[in-house]
Design a protein around this ligand. Structure first.
Ligand SMILES: [Zn+2]
Length: 687
């Protein structure tokens, strides 16, 4: 079908509430022609800046660059959001077609020689141009963006670099689609009561809901690979054989021979990245990535990760003894396996802290916890959230809120899309449909949070889910509270090892006693959670930290090793993973949170490549940052909250992140609060 541009809603002005996309009118076939038109428009804008006859100035070159490409930006943000949250075979086809073409367009922009010459001339004189600090930062940022995209390469190298970027874009798309295909094809049906043994009612409800979504006959219980369903299944199911099935299916995503096999895809991505780094003069791809991060070197990253890894593995040894003793008591086989750990740990947790998730969950409904996160944002930053009804979005589960500042002025729009479905990528994330900026009197940010909670009636969350909810909302606030002039520096457009600071920091309020006493109310009786139960919860939350740390740090170290390879022979992904895990001593009965063939952080894009460590890097900042509230004696201390807003949540990338943190905290960050929080400072003596 061919469409005239007049009929394409993607290319029209949107006279909709808040300028939201007119979702109902947009169909997959609109995207390709709209992308074509928008890329052409941006190319014309870029050419106009590059070929100006006036001497380069900040306004006619740098600010102009920041402001151009708005039509393409709007379409891309919409397309990316739909591809993540509500995809379809038709959208996936557009994605496969457009990803390499958009990458080629980006290369053409960032390798534009005349434009780079103008930028470079300004960059050389940046100290004497009379610019504000934010303007200098924007100029430096663009200059680096161009360098990193190959602007300084010779003509032949530029062509090769662009071809690599294009092929990588296609491979990343394929990688993510392969994972989704493996996830969508797995469904464990629990036909008999025996197969459902041990599962609390919230898991059963969610399994029924998953059955409905998969179009199974009413009353069918289905376990999918969605973490909020498969995680509790591994924790509670009495059926060791089924736990093993689910654990293996999770771990083997992307590693099945056939058309969705990600092992050769990942290997090709690694090879192209090595070539990309070499073209730009870096010894390894990790060096190339770290040149644009806070962390100074691969060695510095490894050192931080090892500071957590060693005591965590040691602590896990003690936990293992305890779990093994319990397994013997229960008449289960030892040595224990990876599909036993969560199950046995839950039994120990219940016994030691008299806690069981099934008893706790009714206090944590999604609605109550959502109200809690809005309330925390209000108390910290003075913002208010008001739900808007009657606005049609891309899926009925997505809800919209207006965000107002303390004077009632609209400062943003927030969309929450919380439930798992087959058309949504797994995991949780924040994204945007429009960025904040000071352009044209100010643009209103539209921020989305996606989660993959198992829908229930009502939906009840585990403590992990609540942390995820607050985490993504922390990113959301980073986008909503942004208060900078230039879009390139707005919101979460910060360095990759700083971006998890606002999100991880916000998780702390989810665990504040005062917040929970106020908001964690029993879903049937409305009664507040008993203080004594909270204390036990708090103690239990520090239990099994070794497991969590080992599961995370293992893949973070392997990511670094993979991207710091100097060997240019093709890598065998499965073999590399096995060798590195053996070298590190990844305990078999704990395993890893991600295995390379489905490690989307690394391969579904490049933001987190050589960058899975960023969570721990930012956690150092986060734990030390939250200690400022603890030291002030109030989780909502006004002075600390004001500094936090000014230097962290609203500053975007307008200042150097190390300076921003130091100014907020009054000193350099310390690593100890992170280790302490994970229970790794008081690790038992080795030997
Ligand atoms: Zn995050």
């Amino acid at each position: 079908m061919s469409l005239s541009q007049e009929a394409n809603p993607l290319l029209e002005d949107w006279h909709t509430p808040y300028g939201l996309p007119p979702f109902e009118r947009i169909h997959p076939e609109h995207f390709t022609p709209a992308f074509d038109a928008a890329m052409l428009e941006r190319q014309r804008e870029i050419d106009a800046i590059a070929t100006r006859t006036e001497a380069p100035s900040f306004g006619n070159t740098v600010a102009a660059l920041d402001a151009c490409g708005q039509l393409l930006g709007r379409i891309r943000m919409l397309f990316d959001n739909l591809s993540l949250s509500e995809t379809s075979p038709a959208l996936q086809a557009v994605e496969r077609e457009m990803a390499p073409r958009i990458a080629a367009h980006e290369s053409a922009v960032y390798q534009n020689e005349a434009l780079f010459m103008r930028l470079h001339a300004l960059y050389e004189r940046r100290a004497s141009l009379g610019l504000t600090a934010e303007q200098v930062r924007l100029l430096e940022r663009f200059h680096l963006d161009f360098e990193r995209a190959g602007a300084t390469l010779g003509a032949a190298e530029k062509v090769r670099f662009a071809a690599i970027v294009e092929e990588l874009a296609a491979l990343s798309t394929q990688f993510a689609q392969n994972v989704l295909a493996d996830e969508a094809s797995f469904a464990l049906t629990l036909a008999t009561p025996d197969e459902r043994a041990g599962l609390p009612s919230f898991v059963l409800d969610a399994a029924l809901q998953a059955g409905r979504e998969r179009g199974m006959p009413e009353g069918t219980y289905v376990i999918t690979l969605s973490p909020s369903l498969s995680g509790p299944f591994l924790t509670f199911s009495e059926r060791r054989d089924l736990r093993e099935q689910v654990w293996r299916a999770r771990g083997e995503r992307g590693a099945h021979p056939g058309e969705h096999d990600n092992r050769p895809v990942a290997a090709r991505i690694v090879a192209l990245r090595q070539e990309q780094a070499a073209l730009l003069g870096y010894a390894t791809y990790a060096d190339y990535k770290l040149a644009d991060r806070m962390a100074p070197s691969v060695a510095a990253v490894d050192e931080l990760l090892q500071r957590a890894w060693k005591p965590a593995v040691e602590m896990a040894r003690h936990d293992r003894e305890r779990l093994s003793a319990l397994a013997v008591e229960l008449g289960q086989p030892t040595p224990i396996a990876a599909w036993d750990w969560r199950y046995l740990a839950e039994k120990v947790r219940q016994k030691s802290f008299a806690i069981d998730d099934a008893q706790i969950k009714p206090y944590f409904s999604l609605d109550a916890m959502q109200a809690a996160m809005f309330d925390c944002a209000s108390r910290l930053f003075g913002v208010r959230f008001k739900e808007c009804h009657g606005i049609a979005l891309y899926h009925p589960d997505a809800r919209v809120w207006e965000v107002m500042d303390s004077e009632g002025k609209l400062i943003g729009v927030f969309i929450g899309d919380n439930f798992a479905r087959q058309t949504k990528r797994s995991g949780a994330w924040m994204s945007i449909l429009r960025s904040q900026s000071g352009r044209d009197g100010g643009t209103l940010p539209i921020v989305l949070n996606n989660n993959n909670f198992a829908k229930g009636s009502p939906t009840l969350l585990s403590f992990d889910d609540i942390r995820t909810l607050f985490h993504e909302f922390g990113h959301g606030l980073h986008g909503l509270m942004s208060n900078v002039q230039y879009e390139r520096l707005a919101g979460t457009n910060v360095l990759a090892d700083f971006v998890e600071l606002p999100s991880q920091l916000f998780e702390n309020w989810a665990q504040e006693r005062e917040v929970l006493l106020r908001h964690a109310r029993h879903v049937e009786t409305g009664e507040a959670i008993p203080a004594e139960l909270l204390e036990r919860l708090d103690a239990a939350s520090r239990f099994d930290q070794a497991f969590t740390t080992v599961q995370y740090v293992g893949p973070a170290l392997i990511d670094m090793a993979l991207h710091a390879r100097t060997d240019t022979a093709p890598v065998d992904i499965a073999q590399f993973q096995a060798d590195e895990a053996a070298k590190l001593g990844v305990p078999d009965d704990i395993g890893m949170r991600h295995y390379l063939p489905h490690f989307q952080h690394l391969f579904a894009g490049d933001d987190y490549a050589a960058g899975y460590y960023v969570y721990m890097w930012a956690e150092v900042l986060e734990a030390d940052g939250y200690a400022a509230f603890t030291e002030a004696g109030d989780p909502f201390d006004r002075g600390t909250a004001e500094r936090l807003l000014t230097w962290i949540y609203s500053a975007g990338n307008s200042i150097d992140p190390a300076t921003a943190f130091r100014t907020f905290r009054g000193r350099e960050p310390a690593v100890e609060p992170m280790l302490e929080k994970r229970g790794l400072l008081a690790a038992p003596a080795r030997g």
